[in-house]
Design a protein around this ligand. Sequence first.
Ligand code: SF4
Length: 117
Amino acid sequence: MLQLPHQSLQVAAVPAQRTAAREDQDGPWHTEAVCRRDEAGLFFAPSKEPTAARLSREDAAKRVCARCPVMVECREHALLQPEPYGVWGGLTAAERRVVLARRRRREMELKKSASAA
Ligand code: SF4
């Protein structure tokens, strides 16, 4: 089991036993992660973080993700796990929930159209 660089950050909102990226399923993409060198604690919320501070931190994390060569792989990993906390692949946990809900809705619509045909 491997750990993404930003998984090693010590923050209260992240459970101690997080699901780590698995090399056999995710490939070596995490070795190219830009956040390996990030030590600013941008990716996970500290406990009792005020909203303005959270938004600012998340924006900063997204800027790091935007220049990451493995953003697509990271995002898909976080969606497939699914990772419940933190910024992954340029998306917050709330944004990932929206993406997953859209995907589920689209799948249901496709199933409905396939069964109606
Ligand atoms: S996309 Fe963001 S969270 Fe994912 S590996 Fe790159 S910098 Fe880290």
